[in-house]
Design a protein around this ligand. Sequence first.
Ligand code: 0CH
Ligand code: SF4
Length: 316
Amino acid sequence: MTKPPLTLYLAAPRGFCAGVDRAIKIVEMALEKWGAPVYVRHEIVHNKFVVDGLRAKGAVFVEELEDCPEDRPVIFSAHGVPKAVPAAAARRQMVYVDATCPLVSKVHIEAQRHSDNGLQMIMIGHAGHPETIGTMGQLPEGEVLLVETPADVAHVEVRDPEKLAYVTQTTLSIDDTAEIVAALRARFPAIVGPHKEDICYATTNRQEAVKAMAQKCDALLVVGAPNSSNSRRLVEVGAKNGCRYSQLVQRAENIDWRALDGISSVGITAGASAPEVLVNEVIDAFRARYDVTIETVETAVENVEFKVPRVLREPA
Ligand code: 0CH
Ligand code: SF4
């Protein structure tokens, strides 16, 4: 039986970013250095395949530091942690390694710096997301005000409108965040912030690539996990930019083939925490059903790499 023709547009860049790559390597190095079990506070990155792979090697994933025994090393996830977490680990004399992405740490430092300069902080982010909890947790409870939407800006109660600064989560929608920043600047003209926002290079590039392909695909599949904020934003960017069917898939087995009936082009991308092996699995699933032609839609070339500590040291 002849297979129907299908064009697969592959977004570039897609998948792992430098921060994710570094965080996973840190867990692997810790397992080599200290042996199993090594504890990881929260999923090292939001991907079940990655987490299951590390678990098979001896990593134990927990949500809270209190769930770790004191005599085993613990790693903090790429999303960052409130200051209270390393402080508690130090108090308990635990060995810990912080795998927070350096671009998230940079935001933490900014929040602290603005606060030291007497500015009240506003965080643009998603309530309950570990990165938002970590960044807000750089300052004492109640010090950072959270804004999630342009509508929130109207209700936020600040101490002094002349003494304000904002930071953002690194994985937000570029366009939605621009609207929130515009609303903040309109209400608080003196507010201090980064040039635009703190959205990182990887988030920016993956969203740009999706924008470039959204209109020419009958469907867009984003390989990523439901709890991966940056992956979910890619689905939204696809839909907002003209793709009629924009869907998150964890693996090939999750593809709803009936929904794809009659299509002739599909865009594929992957969130920053989704491994390329899962993208290949999806491509292979299409090859099994269609006569596939692959076209790459490249909107940026990435060469960012973050150093992994050469030796993992026990904190003094
Ligand atoms: O996109 P989120 O922040 O949910 O996290 P992820 O899917 O684990 O991707 C890596 C980003 C980590 C922190 O920026
Ligand atoms: Fe770092 Fe950006 Fe990757 Fe987050 S998405 S880990 S901020 S590079």
